[in-house]
Design a protein around this ligand. Sequence first.
Ligand SMILES: CC(C)(COP(=O)(O)OP(=O)(O)OC[C@H]1O[C@@H](n2cnc3c(N)ncnc32)[C@H](O)[C@@H]1OP(=O)(O)O)[C@@H](O)C(=O)NCCC(=O)NCCS
Length: 196
Amino acid sequence: MARMGQGTTLSTGLPMMVCETARLVLRRFTLDDVPALAAIHADTEVGQYIGGVRTLAETHCRVTEFIRDYERIGFAKWAVVLRSDGRLIGRCGPQLMRVESCDEVEVGYTFAKSHWGCGYATEAASAALSHLFRAFGKTRLISLIEPPNMRSQRVAMRLGMTHGDVPSPVETGWRGSSDYAALLEPSTVLGSSCTS
Ligand SMILES: CC(C)(COP(=O)(O)OP(=O)(O)OC[C@H]1O[C@@H](n2cnc3c(N)ncnc32)[C@H](O)[C@@H]1OP(=O)(O)O)[C@@H](O)C(=O)NCCC(=O)NCCS
């Protein structure tokens, strides 16, 4: 069961916590995280299905965008750190996307290769989804996953996502080559959330 953060621990100098699980804390990124995230992004296996490896400068740019989006819309990819020692092991969270005239919230997850196979992605994404439903009132979330990315598909399925027929995203930061998508349809809501 994920617990929600109060949102402010800034007096301690710590970044804002979003939510926590048995083993993990999801918190906002700060620029201090750039080197550790860049090390994760530099791994070719990590980059295989997310558009390739990213440089330190590209990672800095992405984290700057995350920080801007926290202020602008309240969410963006969050840092995932181990509760045991605070080490950054991945990123997980939402990104606004425009998909064929629909506003979608795409949930993604990327973890250090050294921490694959431990259930961390599923644990973090599950907490992120709960947070998005509860704190932000989201009713529909998607994940865009390249067909050969079986690890990611297994995470999506464990989260309760189903394979959907979602058109290719446009005007987004998606750098993958596929329009495969999984739709998460929480038991409470359904139907189209396309409002524009
Ligand atoms: C996608 C990605 C996050 C999935 O990582 P992962 O380690 O396979 O996923 P999880 O952390 O949820 O771990 C699940 C695995 O750990 C195993 N596991 C081991 N201990 C576990 C535990 N205590 N709890 C739960 N699962 C555990 C599970 O059996 C499962 O293995 P399986 O999928 O072979 O059945 C990872 O491959 C990644 O970062 N890839 C690069 C970026 C990327 O492609 N992102 C997705 C873009 S769409």
